[in-house]
Design a binder for this molecule. Structure first.
Ligand code: GDP
Ligand code: MG
Length: 205
């Protein structure tokens, strides 16, 4: 029997209440969607095992369980995060306007070694609503925001219709893994091996 190394990656999901964070996670991990609004899920995280290239990876995805309204997420929530997923609702301008705050809040609380290269991913969710007629944030506006923040990868999703959910989380895992490798290399003291332009600027997934 061969033993394979499994890499644990911690991903945290942030964004205004109601944008669909829990639904995206449920769709991805349990392949389920519910219209019912539940502020809490009763657990801090869910896990999903997957393969990225030849690596066995466990994604540990942390949800906010409703505390996002009070901005009272403890230190344990942010500690050791490998990737931060920001979510907004393409039909709610305020949820897009909050992204700067969530981005800043993450950097402040998680305090990553290099805030400039720490991997974020942006998801514009609920693209299914009313066939796109209630949409208020254009794809261009979202992409411009991503470009202004060191080229954060961007996906438009629907947790309800299961659009782009797998692709987004695959990219999240890939990005987190790339960052982990980068840190490995960094801690071995060969920072030259880190090609920043390759690490950033979107995901080849
Ligand atoms: P959270 O507060 O960010 O975790 O948001 P939830 O996942 O609890 O979702 C809030 C509400 O939006 C729920 O009623 C969900 O059923 C609904 N919802 C979530 N994602 C989508 C989506 O992609 N499309 C539609 N139409 N509704 C969604
Ligand atoms: Mg939730």
């Amino acid at each position: 029997m061969s033993m394979r190394k499994r890499t644990l990656l911690k991903v945290i999901v942030l964004g205004d209440s109601g944008v669909g964070k829990t639904s995206l996670m449920n769709q991805y991990v349990h392949m389920k969607f519910t219209q019912q609004y539940k502020a809490t899920i009763g657990a801090d995280f869910v896990t999903k095992e997957l393969q990225i290239d030849d690596r066995d990876v466990t994604l540990q995805i942390w949800d906010t369980a409703g505390q996002e309204r009070f901005q009272s997420l403890g230190v344990a929530f942010y500690r050791g995060a490998d990737c931060c997923v920001l979510v907004y609702d393409v039909n709610v301008m305020k949820s897009f306007d909050s992204l700067d705050n969530w981005h800043e809040e993450f950097l402040k609380q998680a305090n990553p070694t290099d805030p400039r290269t720490f991997p974020f991913i942006l998801l514009g969710n609920k693209i299914d609503v009313d066939g796109g007629n209630t949409r208020v944030v254009s794809e261009k506006k979202a992409k411009d925001w991503c470009a202004s923040k060191e080229n954060i990868p961007y996906f438009e999703t629907s947790a309800k219709e299961d659009i782009n959910v797998d692709a987004a989380f695959h990219c999240i895992a890939k990005t987190a893994l790339a960052n982990e490798r980068e840190q490995d290399i960094y801690f071995q003291g060969i920072p030259d091996a880190v090609n920043e332009t390759e690490q950033r600027g979107g995901c080849a997934c």
